[in-house]
Design a binder for this molecule. Structure first.
Ligand SMILES: CC(C)(COP(=O)(O)OP(=O)(O)OC[C@H]1O[C@@H](n2cnc3c(N)ncnc32)[C@H](O)[C@@H]1OP(=O)(O)O)[C@@H](O)C(=O)NCCC(=O)NCCS
Length: 271
């Protein structure tokens, strides 16, 4: 009988939350002690990491979360959220639709960027000079994964994504204050410089690459970088979904109906 009971209680195990009737504790802290004292970024850190960030660490995390909230209806995630609303989905469906698009190419590349930065960091720790380690990591990425290095390049913001230098300046300030070491800011800059040197034109650090610098500086694992981006972009998806609800509109596709796609099969209708 007791074996059966522990089978049930062991089915889900978590160090995140404990509850009893009238009691909720998150990572050991009573919820009533957290409400009114913790900021949302501090709560994100506490739940995902288990420990409590310093105020300065939480502020740097917040900067990354603020930067990625929205990129307008041309961003696939935001366009999808708005289209979802015109198809009758509620805000939960709009937000989920947006989040589902945040993968390797759009908004989710921070996961791989953190891994790339960590590989370079490991090589540097082993004594390889930064420029050499960066070139080798890019070579390795491009020969084994893709010619697109994660966290760099932008189809709209060239020569520079305005969010990246601002975020890196905040990392620099945090490094000066001793909140982070600044190693990953140097690595991100080295990757950007190497890509520019190779292409002979700007391949700017994008929002995924810049926020990945912050997440790596703060010690977040790569997969969490993607999850944190999803949290941030959810704010934009919520706002755009809500605005689309106010505007109305039914069954909107990605372009006005008068514009058609290029048909490439046999027997086109009009030339
Ligand atoms: C974001 C992205 C899709 C934009 O693509 P784009 O600017 O339309 O890219 P293009 O294919 O037109 O590339 C333009 C040139 O820059 C190069 N380039 C663009 N992004 C690059 C990257 N991340 N790494 C290396 N080279 C890159 C391309 O090879 C291409 O070179 P070419 O003219 O010699 O062929 C692309 O940069 C990318 O996939 N980046 C990696 C994933 C990422 O960080 N996603 C988050 C976006 S916010």
């Amino acid at each position: 009988m007791s074996g059966r009971q522990s089978d049930v209680s062991d089915w889900w195990q978590t160090a995140i939350i404990d509850m009893a009737p009238g009691q909720i504790r998150l990572r050991g802290h009573p919820i009533e002690a957290l409400i009114g004292t913790l900021t949302f970024p501090q709560m994100i850190w506490l739940l995902t990491r288990g420990d409590m960030p310093s105020d300065d660490q939480a502020r740097l995390l917040e900067h990354a979360l603020v930067a990625a909230v929205d990129h307008g209806p041309q961003a696939p995630s935001i366009a999808a959220a708005r289209m979802a609303v015109t198809c009758g989905l509620g805000l939960n469906g709009a937000m989920a639709t947006a989040v589902n698009m945040l993968d390797d190419v759009h908004g989710g590349a921070g996961e791989q960027a953190v891994a790339l930065y960590e590989a370079i960091d490991g090589a540097v720790a082993g004594g390889t000079p930064l420029a050499e380690a960066t070139a080798a990591a890019i070579d390795d990425w491009q020969s084994t994964r893709s010619r697109y290095v994660p966290g760099f390049g932008h189809r709209f913001h060239t020569p520079q994504d305005p969010r990246s230098p601002r975020l890196l300046a905040l990392v620099d300030a945090a490094a000066e204050a001793g909140t982070v070491e600044g190693r990953f800011a140097a690595i991100g800059r080295a990757v950007e410089a190497e890509l520019i040197a190779r292409k002979g034109k700007p391949v700017p650090m994008n929002i995924d690459g810049a926020t990945a610098v912050i997440y790596a500086e703060l010690g977040f694992a790569g997969p969490l970088a993607r999850g944190l981006f999803c949290l941030s972009r959810s704010v934009g998806a919520l706002a755009h979904g809500w605005e689309q609800m106010q505007q109305g509109g039914r069954n909107k596709g990605p372009t006005p109906p008068a514009y058609r796609w290029r048909y490439t099969g046999p027997d086109p209708i009009d030339g």
